[in-house]
Design a protein around this ligand. Structure first.
Ligand SMILES: Nc1ncnc2c1ncn2[C@@H]1O[C@H](COP(=O)(O)OP(=O)(O)OP(=O)(O)O)[C@@H](O)[C@H]1O
Length: 258
């Protein structure tokens, strides 16, 4: 594994008025690594993900990101243009509800192609070819390229959202319960696809999930949150097989009972 982290979070805190969303959160993410953030509802997972992806303003703490040129600035030091580059190109965001990450009124091909146009690509033939290629990579027949995602199943919409995110070759993807809204059989297919793409493209991923099975399947490292704080973090296999915090022991025991 590369010896320099792609993301470094230190003592991150987010307050909603006097209420704490998350606090004292510190961790690193390495290139090509999948980190799962797990915990019960209300533990602060989404707050943390939204702060790191700059969709929510933090209250205090540091978040440093490795730019493509090797610099490692705090995200607060970036210019508008640099932040736009991260949002449009270097980062992806896969939402639980595909409708939050797709434009439902334009075609599948346009959903993928417009991410390329947003970064200045104007070669329409080339854009359509790359969109077709990406639809095939996420197992959507290229004959559906002109159809709107309104006519797609939930699993197809989620796979389209993944294609839209990956077409710009991002280095870091944020995922918020990416299989949470899908039937179990459909979940398995999307998880398989994600696992394959993450490994093929050597992506760094931060995935929020309340499903320890998803965390085990996709992640190498796991961060367990409770009441806005990290209570345990470590290699996923170690945390699952030998949890040290009583809360993690409870979480792991609860999935073994099901
Ligand atoms: N906009 C907000 N204003 C006030 N409190 C908020 C806001 N958003 C979240 N919170 C509170 O912050 C805490 C953490 O919420 P968050 O949504 O991050 O948890 P979560 O672990 O992602 O939960 P879930 O799995 O249910 O989405 C909760 O107690 C929540 O009520």
């Amino acid at each position: 594994m590369n010896s320099e982290p792609i993301l470094s979070v230190r003592k991150l805190e987010k307050r909603y008025g006097s209420f704490i969303g998350c606090t004292d959160v510190s961790f690193d993410v390495w290139p090509g690594e999948v980190v799962a953030i797990v915990g019960e509802s209300g533990s602060g997972k989404t707050t943390l993900l939204n702060c790191i992806s700059t969709r929510l303003e933090r209250s205090s703490g540091e978040m440093r990101y490795r730019m493509r040129d090797g610099r490692f600035p705090d995200l607060a030091e970036l210019t508008e243009a640099e932040l736009r580059f991260l949002m449009r190109t270097d980062w992806g965001f896969v939402h639980q509800n595909p409708a939050d990450g797709l434009r439902m009124r334009v075609s599948a091909g346009a959903n993928v192609g417009e991410r390329l146009m947003a970064i200045g690509d104007r070669n329409y033939g080339g854009i359509r070819r790359r969109a077709t290629d990406w639809l095939e990579r996420v197992e959507i027949a290229s004959t559906r390229i002109d159809d709107s995602p309104v006519s797609f199943s939930g699993g197809m919409r989620q796979r389209l959202q993944i294609a839209r995110n990956l077409v710009t070759h991002p280095r870091l993807i944020f995922m918020d319960e990416p299989t949470g809204g899908l039937d179990v059989s459909v979940q398995a297919r999307v998880l398989d696809l994600l696992r394959m793409l993450v490994s093929d493209l050597n992506l760094s991923v931060i995935i929020v999930t309340h499903d320890l099975g998803v965390a085990r399947l996709l992640s190498q490292r796991m961060i367990v949150m409770k009441s806005g704080r990290i209570v345990e973090q470590g290699l996923t296999d170690r945390v699952m097989d030998d949890p040290s915090h009583p809360y993690t022991q409870l979480l792991v025991a609860s999935i073994l009972e099901n």
